[in-house]
Design a protein around this ligand. Structure first.
Ligand SMILES: Cc1cc2nc3c(=O)[nH]c(=O)nc-3n(C[C@H](O)[C@H](O)[C@H](O)COP(=O)(O)OP(=O)(O)OC[C@H]3O[C@@H](n4cnc5c(N)ncnc54)[C@H](O)[C@@H]3O)c2cc1C
Length: 449
């Protein structure tokens, strides 16, 4: 079975890569381990987009967002008159993850992307340093696929790693990979009671305990986060024993009235590409989930009748492998807005969002932008006809803490999918692709502004 382009992994980057490749005329197969697409947004239940409009997201990220909005699957807040960076931070939007699965699937099918679900890309086929395809492991056994170009959008650079591409991953000495989070959604919250409490106790609402200025009006922010005194009270009573992030309990308002996406668990010090550690993370975080939910129900006003609507299929992984590519994006590039001749992604606003890998700490920094990502970050060393898309492209740790947000991963995927199709149709190795042609193609589609 031969395709022009095979995309491994159907998250933000993989969906965009597969759509871009198929729309550019390449026969395209998307191989995904679950029975649906969406990656962290659906399987990890990270049902929160950074503000698509503020960062001027274009291309497939914007297309998905607009389709979700049409279906009422996005909860937006009016940020008119709110200063940056708070417009950015508190103006994100809660997403209906179930609708995201449907919207993304419709787009993939209508763009004629071939789909293979319930399939783990277990091996990369390499001949003489050239990636020739993949082996998918599934209920049918081991299935071999050939491709002109493979795009690794697994988030963890699984395909690249198997092809012998060098990579970096935060060591224990560097503080370890950022902590993971098992997300869950709750419903049945009496919003008026909750907002009333927060109006009477504005100190309970905070984006960051060390960041003084933010939207204090709970009704105007997409993230209701904090509950510091309630946490203290519950700890005193022995109802809360697990560690919580210094930001407190974070709840993102979802489109369905009275429902929230809860992002409050942190478990640092584990290796997210080790099956043993992943198992421990799932077990421990599920225990944490139950304790946090009991806390929410008992202590947070308006949540007495709350119920768990859904917990994530898997823990949310923020950081793992970063490949070494032809160029490694640095935080200085991001902060200074370095414009590269092969820039294929542009994002208007940015931030670094670092959750500690050893404790409950959290730090973030806003970046004015715009900043750019060059094509070379997607071209791995030591493997031909392989491109990497999403959070595992070639960056430093600090730069990864910014490019990892979903709209940016989607833009990276769109660039990688377009490049893969160009490479397949021209017969040119992806490493040797003319960056000018790639940029022109992206511009002509309105992707690169
Ligand atoms: C708790 C948490 C909160 C976050 N908050 C936000 C936020 O508010 N806003 C924001 O924009 N971003 C947020 N992020 C970051 C963002 O979700 C991820 O960085 C982003 O989704 C990465 O996209 P990706 O496509 O590279 O990888 P993923 O979304 O991880 O997609 C990878 C896909 O590949 C599949 N896959 C993996 N390995 C294989 C394999 N070997 N074979 C077949 N399939 C495979 C997976 O099932 C998945 O579908 C958050 C992340 C976490 C964990």
């Amino acid at each position: 079975m031969k395709y022009n382009v095979i995309v491994a992994g159907g998250g933000a980057a993989g969906i965009a890569a597969a759509l871009a490749a198929a729309r550019a005329g390449a026969s395209t197969l998307l191989v995904e381990r679950y029975g649906f697409v969406g990656g962290m947004l659906t399987a990890g239940l990270v049902a929160h987009y950074d503000p698509i409009k503020q960062i001027e997201a274009s291309g497939i990220a914007r297309e998905l967002y607009d389709r979700l909005a049409e279906r009422g699957a996005v909860k937006e807040f009016d940020m008119e008159g709110v200063e940056m960076p708070f417009r950015f931070w508190q103006g994100g939007c809660g997403i209906d993850a179930e609708e995201f699965k449907n919207v993304a699937l419709d787009l993939l099918l209508s763009s004629k992307v071939g789909l293979l679900f319930h399939s783990w890309v277990g091996k990369t086929r390499v001949r003489g340093g050239r990636v020739t395809g993949i082996i998918a492991c599934n209920k049918s056994g081991e299935q071999k696929f050939d491709a002109d170009v493979v795009v690794d959008a697994t988030g963890d650079a699984d395909v690249a790693c198997q092809a012998g591409v060098p990579f970096d991953m935060a060591t224990k000495e560097e503080g370890g990979c950022m902590s993971s989070t098992l997300c869950f959604n709750i419903g049945g919250v009496h919003m008026e009671q909750l907002y009333g409490y927060l109006e009477e106790n504005p100190g309970e609402l905070g984006m960051h305990p060390r960041q003084g200025k933010y939207i204090r009006d709970a009704r105007k922010t997409s993230i209701v986060q904090g509950f510091y005194s309630l946490i203290r009270e519950a700890r005193k009573a022995g109802d809360l024993t697990i560690p919580l992030p210094e930001s407190g309990v974070g709840m993102v308002v979802l489109p369905l009235e009275g429902s929230f996406h809860v992002n409050a668990i942190r478990l640092p010090g584990m290796n997210p590409v080790d099956a043993g550690d992943l198992t421990k993370l799932e077990i421990v975080e599920r225990r944490y989930l139950q304790e946090i939910f009991r806390f929410i129900k008992k202590y947070i006003p308006g949540c007495r009748d709350a119920f768990i609507m859904q917990s994530a299929t898997q823990i949310g992984v923020r950081e793992s492998r970063r490949i070494r590519g032809e160029y490694t994006l640095t935080i200085d590039d991001i902060k200074s807005g370095t414009h590269f001749p092969d820039a294929v992604v542009r994002t208007k606003w940015g931030h670094t969002d670092v959750h500690s890998g050893k404790d409950m700490g959290w730090s973030f920094e806003f970046i004015e932008g715009p900043y750019y990502i060059p094509y070379r970050c997607m071209v791995p060393l030591r493997a031909e006809n392989l491109l990497v898309a999403g959070r595992s492209i070639s960056t430093t740790r600090q730069a990864m803490a910014s490019i990892r947000i979903m709209p940016i991963c989607s833009a990276i995927g769109e660039a990688a999918g377009t490049a893969a199709a160009l490479s397949a149709s021209s017969g040119k190795a992806s490493r040797d692709l003319d960056p000018g042609l790639l940029r022109e193609t992206l511009k002509s589609r309105g992707v690169l502004l």
